[in-house]
Design a protein around this ligand. Structure first.
Ligand code: PSU
Ligand code: MN
Length: 304
């Protein structure tokens, strides 16, 4: 394992001393936001994790090494290279490693690597899910399978309506993934606080969430708890506006025949362009909000 996994000294020490660590993904840097906002955001995210009493561990594949706690220079490199870095999900890991190549890790791949390093908590913006039209395309993100199998708990801002939110929830239910709403009964829809769907359980404190995670671990129930955290009111977008934009972006993607791993980055970019950056600002703010909650839960987990 040591041949494949590289953990930064700071993160390694924190894990050994049972200090709180928050894992962070890198697809969001290279494929989720434009340069230089992506790099600024990734660096700020690490700062927020520290301000909230935890150690950030941004994860990527660097020259074939599964790297936990990449450097600011590596963040800048991934951000600048953007779509030219391979988007790395579960299936991509072995080949990138054997070839000694770079990869920006998705939620699924970040969970796998965080788990190898012994990190229990991971915060990001959005997860992949069941895409609209999946009944014919079968486009279901590998993230969902990972959430069902791997013991790394994920904080996100709910599911956005580039996905079929109802089917995503059904899939998570089938796979036994508990969906928690932080201070909400309603599943948040990323850019907005409401989706029209309910979460499984509302929880009002990081400590309640940590206790549920502990129970899951001690019972040997593999997989994640998915903690959904609504975007702060002041940054949330108009529901009709954003849904109209998403509709337009999905139609355009279908017309162009965009599919597979390219569809999520395509839609995010299109939405950012149509909203002239407004959705990007919302996206950045919800990530800040999620990593803060992530740090709080990680701290509680260490104290149990
Ligand atoms: N949703 C976002 N921003 C992102 C992603 C999803 O709002 O950056 C990224 C995450 O890395 C997620 C991946 O794991 O897209 C899902 O891709 P796919 O649907 O191809 O599995
Ligand atoms: Mn897909």
């Amino acid at each position: 394992m040591m041949d494949y996994l590289v953990v930064s000294p700071e993160v390694k020490k924190a894990i050994e001393e049972n200090k709180p660590v928050v894992a962070l993904e890198s697809t969001i840097i290279s494929h989720g936001m434009p340069y230089p906002k992506n790099v600024e955001t990734a660096l700020k995210v690490e700062e927020i994790v520290r301000e909230n009493g935890a150690i950030p561990a941004t994860i990527a594949i660097i020259q074939g090494k599964l790297t936990v706690g990449i450097t600011p220079e590596e963040i800048d490199y991934l951000g600048k290279k953007g779509l030219d870095v391979a988007k790395a999900s579960r299936r991509d890991i072995p080949v990138l490693v054997s070839r000694g190549e770079d990869g920006a890790t998705t939620v699924a791949a970040t969970m796998i690597i965080a788990n190898l390093a012994g990190i229990k908590l991971f915060a990001t913006g959005g997860i992949g899910g069941v895409h609209r039209g999946a009944e014919t395309t079968m486009d279901i993100s590998a993230d969902l399978e990972e959430l069902s199998n791997t013991n790394v708990n994920v904080v996100c801002a709910g599911a956005k309506s580039i996905l079929d939110i109802g089917l995503t929830l059904e899939y998570l239910e089938t796979k036994g993934v508990p969906v928690i709403g932080y201070k909400t009964e309603e599943l948040p829809a990323f850019y907005t606080r409401e989706s029209g769907f309910k979460v499984n359980y509302k929880m009002d404190s990081p400590s309640d969430i940590a206790k549920a995670i502990k129970a899951k671990n001690e019972l040997g129930l593999n997989g994640a708890m998915l903690i959904t955290n609504p975007i702060p009111e002041e940054y949330s977008m108009d529901k009709d506006l954003i849904n109209g934009v998403i509709e337009e972006a999905v139609l355009e993607a279908n017309k162009l025949g965009v599919k597979g791993k390219d569809i999520t980055p395509y839609l995010l970019d299109k939405i950012q362009k149509i909203t002239e950056g407004k959705s990007l600002e919302a996206n950045i703010q919800l990530v800040f909000n999620n990593v803060k909650l992530g740090a709080q839960i990680a701290k509680e987990l260490c104290s149990l």
